[in-house]
Design a protein around this ligand. Structure first.
Ligand code: MF3
Ligand code: CO
Ligand code: CO
Length: 319
C-alpha cells in the first residue's frame, strides 16, 4: 500500500525562491528590562514546568500577550512592497522594548533577531534580513514578548501588495484553521480535538499541514513540554484543564507538508517550494471554554484587522 498522498498538481509558485540575505547585528535591550533566563547564554532552563498557571501568572500573561499583539499590529501597519524584513524586526523590537518587554526570540537557543519573518515558501523561523518584500509576497511575522516573568506568542501572515488569489486563499484558510482549532478548547476536551479541527478545514482543500513544528505550552518558559500538534493523532489524548496555557499555530502548505531546513539552522522551507502560511495565538483554558491571551490594547488582533487586506497597495514605498 502506498503511503504517498495524492495531491492536485499545482502551478509553479508565483515568485522565485527566497534566498538568504545579509543579517544585521543583534539589537540591544535597555538594561532596565528584565530578561528571561536564556538571554545571556542562549540556553533556556531545562527544569520541568507546571501545566497549570497560577492566577498571578495568568494576569501577567494577559500583559505579555497584549504587548506581543500590539507589536504585531505595529509591524503589520508597516508591511508593504520595498520594506526589508530587518526593518520589520526593528519596528517590532522597538514596540516591545518601549512597552517594557524583552523580545523573547533574542538569543533564544542562539536565534539572532527580535522576531521571525517567514516569506512565501518559508514555513517558520525565517530570520529578518536585508531582503525587501516584493509585490505579491506573503509574510508571516511571529512576535513573542517577555514581561512580568511570562511570555506571550502570536503571529499573522500578511499580504504584500497585489497577491495572487491562490496565495490569498491559503492565508484566509490558514487563519480559519487556527480559529477552528481554538474553538474546540474547553476543559475536558482532548488535545487531539485541536488538530482534528484544524485538519477538518485544511485537508478538504488539499493543503499539507506541517507535522514537525507544533503548538506548545507557554508561561514562565517560552516552550514548555506540553505539545499541541496541528494534525489528528488519537494518541494525543491529554485532557485540557482550566489554567493550561498554550499556543495554537498551524503552518499550512499549498502543496506537500514536507520541509527542509536552510544551512543557517533556523529557516524552515517547503520541500516543493510552494507557499506556506501560519497564524498563532496564545490560549488560556478557562472554567467554561477558552480565552485569547494575545489580544491588543484596543480593537481587533492583527489576524482580524488585516484579514485579506493587500497591504501597501499604492503606498509610497520609499518611506
Ligand atoms: N515564536 C515561535 C513559536 O511560535 C518560536 C520562535 S523561536 C526562535 O514558537 F528561536 F526561532 F525565534
Ligand atoms: Co509559538
Ligand atoms: Co510564535
Amino acid at each position: 500500500m502506498s503511503k504517498r498522498k495524492r495531491r492536485p498538481a499545482l502551478p509553479p509558485p508565483p515568485s522565485s525562491p527566497v534566498v538568504p540575505g545579509l543579517i544585521g547585528p543583534m539589537r540591544t535591550v535597555p538594561p532596565g528590562i528584565v530578561r528571561p533566563d536564556y538571554a545571556a547564554t542562549g540556553q533556556p532552563s531545562e527544569r520541568a514546568s507546571r501545566a497549570i498557571r497560577t492566577d498571578d501568572e495568568i494576569t501577567a500573561m494577559r500583559v505579555a500577550g497584549r504587548v506581543a499583539a500590539d507589536a504585531l499590529i505595529e509591524v503589520g501597519r508597516h508591511v508593504r512592497p520595498g520594506i526589508t524584513t530587518d526593518e520589520l524586526d526593528r519596528i517590532g523590537h522597538e514596540a516591545m522594548v518601549e512597552a517594557g518587554s524583552f523580545p523573547s526570540t533574542l538569543n533564544y537557543r542562539g536565534y539572532p533577531k527580535s522576531l521571525c519573518t517567514s516569506v512565501n515558501e518559508v514555513i517558520c523561523h525565517g530570520i529578518p534580513d536585508a531582503r525587501r518584500l516584493q509585490d505579491g509576497d506573503i509574510v508571516n511575522v511571529d512576535v513573542t514578548a517577555y514581561i512580568e516573568g511570562v511570555h506571550g506568542d502570536t503571529s499573522a501572515t500578511f499580504l504584500v501588495g497585489d497577491v495572487d488569489e491562490r496565495s490569498a486563499q491559503l492565508v484566509a484558510d490558514t487563519r480559519e484553521a487556527m480559529h477552528a482549532g481554538i474553538s474546540v478548547v474547553r476543559p475536558g476536551a482532548r488535545i487531539y480535538e485541536i488538530g482534528r479541527a484544524i485538519e477538518d478545514v485544511a485537508n478538504p482543500k488539499g493543503y499539507g499541514v506541517v507535522r514537525e513544528f507544533i503548538g506548545h505550552g507557554i508561561g514562565d518558559q517560552f516552550h514548555t513540554s506540553l505539545q499541541i500538534p496541528h494534525y489528528y493523532d488519537p494518541r494525543n489524548d491529554t485532557v485540557l484543564l482550566p489554567g493550561m496555557t498554550f499556543t495554537i499555530e498551524p503552518m499550512v502548505n499549498l502543496g506537500s507538508p514536507k520541509l527542509e531546513m536552510w544551512d543557517d539552522g533556523w529557516t524552515v522551507v517547503t520541500r516543493d517550494l510552494q507557499r506556506s502560511a501560519q497564524f498563532e495565538h496564545t490560549i488560556l483554558v478557562t472554567e467554561d471554554g477558552h480565552e485569547l491571551l494575545t489580544l491588543p490594547t484596543e480593537g481587533a488582533p492583527a489576524d482580524v484587522r488585516f484579514a485579506g487586506e493587500r497591504l501597501g497597495v499604492g503606498a509610497d514605498v520609499t518611506d
